[in-house]
Design a protein around this ligand. Structure first.
Ligand SMILES: *Cc1c(COP(=O)(O)O)cnc(C)c1O
Length: 405
């Protein structure tokens, strides 16, 4: 993408992201295939008993068993690692497997975790319910204010965990400020970077230690396979993550890795197109009668617009908005849509609408919803790859239908 004259070397680290995502990490077999091969195999054959022994002693590099490693999965890991500029990456079966493995691989009974309370429902379960069951104390805070992170610190605090932008309110956490505070106190910062995607935000560059993804979302990007990834340092991998994944088994299947690998090739153009449409729709929605509020990271009226500009290179493809008339109006709006689909997923080529209070955020209850600013009229829109004018026409008609009720 750069227009400056540059010399191309064989080192993928010197390539632009668009090039890394097409060619990075390729392991060609003896057949010299153009497209990456799908290695659907559980195990690997050794040439001799001696080689098997050497492989298990880590003296002979190579694969042993697909729970530990597989060529197709390795290609996916290497490609996303390059993009993120991380030392290492490990693929997992789902985004939640990535979140759980990243936290439980290094936390132990007696430790304390601080997390921003605005987060994906299942992440909240891991922090709020699962961690305490294993003796890991937790504190949930409003992560927007650095003072709250400071105040929550205890001598045994070992992890800071947050997502930014958060689901569904698009609240932001200052990655650099929180990571700097964490470093001062020997705390590991884990960031769930799903909403921003690796194209629009690089938490590691802002000081985070570990980044997790639900590859289910924009990496596949076409609503097919579940997957996740953890990006971290060699040290974190060797000290914690490697054995955890190897021995407990939240590994990514080769088939899903192959789908994700091909998804990465088109990630930049998809994110760019979807973000442009989202910016267009956010502005259009803000002008519609019956829409009382629009939250979009690329708009100047986002409550943390300055921070958004500091740590994100684009507004992303998620929009939250509120309709007048609460749940009834929000339901009428959803039911009137022709192109946008009602689903709780996101990051698809198909535009998707969700009513968080009755779906993804139903279980946390009205009090927690009020605390997070999730009102009964709030809707979350994941913008797809359809024509922006078709989407606008669909939304305009649906907002009109919501008002007419
Ligand atoms: C979807 C999602 C997850 C969980 O990912 P799965 O692949 O569904 O397990 C975690 N965090 C965020 C922010 C998500 O959007």
């Amino acid at each position: 993408m750069t227009t400056d004259k540059k010399t191309i070397s064989d080192d993928p680290a010197s390539w632009s992201p668009e090039t890394q995502l097409v060619h990075g990490g390729v392991l060609r077999s003896a057949f010299g295939e153009t497209s990456e091969a799908l290695f659907l195999t559980q195990g690997f054959v050794y040439k001799s008993a001696e080689q098997a022994e050497a492989r298990f002693k880590n003296e002979d590099p190579g694969f042993q068993y697909s729970r530990f490693g597989n060529p197709t999965v390795s290609m996916f890991e290497e490609r996303i690692r390059l993009l993120e500029g991380a030392e290492v990456a490990r693929a997992t079966a789902t985004g939640m497997a990535a979140v759980t493995a990243s936290l439980l691989s290094f936390l132990k009974a007696g430790d304390h975790i601080v997390a921003a309370r605005a987060m994906f429902g299942s992440c909240r379960y891991v922090v709020e319910t699962l961690c305490p069951r294993f003796g890991i104390a937790m504190t949930l805070i409003d992560g927007r204010d650095i003072g709250n992170w400071k105040a929550a610190l205890r001598p045994n605090t070992k992890a800071f965990f947050f997502e930014t932008p958060a689901n569904p309110t698009l609240d932001l956490v200052d990655i650099a400020a929180v990571s700097a505070l964490a470093k001062e106190h020997g705390v590991t910062t884990v960031v769930d970077n799903v909403f921003a995607t690796p194209m629009l935000q690089r938490p590691l560059a802002h000081g985070a230690d570990v980044v997790v993804y639900s590859a289910t979302k924009h990496v596949d990007g076409q609503g097919r396979c579940l997957g996740g990834a953890v990006l971290c340092t060699e040290k974190f991998l060797t000290d914690h993550l490697q054995d955890f994944i190897r021995q407990t088994g939240p590994s990514m299947s080769p088939f899903n890795a192959w789908v994700m690998l091909k998804g990465l090739e088109t990630l930049p153009i998809r994110v760019k197109a979807q973000s442009a449409t989202a910016a267009f729709l956010a502005d259009a929605l803000a002008d519609l009668k019956g829409v009382s509020r629009v939250i979009y990271c690329g708009r100047d009226d986002h409550p943390q617009a300055t921070l958004a500009r500091k740590q994100m290179t684009g507004g992303g493809q998620m929009i939250a908005f509120e309709v007048e008339g609460g749940k009834e109006a929000a339901f009428r709006l959803q039911n009137a849509l022709r192109i946008v689909k009602i689903s709780n997923n996101l990051g698809d080529t198909k535009s998707i609408i969700t009513h968080p209070p009755t779906t993804t955020h139903y279980r946390i209850g009205p009090e927690a919803r009020a605390e997070l600013g999730i009102t009964d009229g709030m809707l979350r829109l994941s913008v797809g790859l359809e024509d922006q004018n078709d989407l606008l026409a669909d939304l305009e008609a649906a907002v009109a239908a919501a008002r007419a009720g």
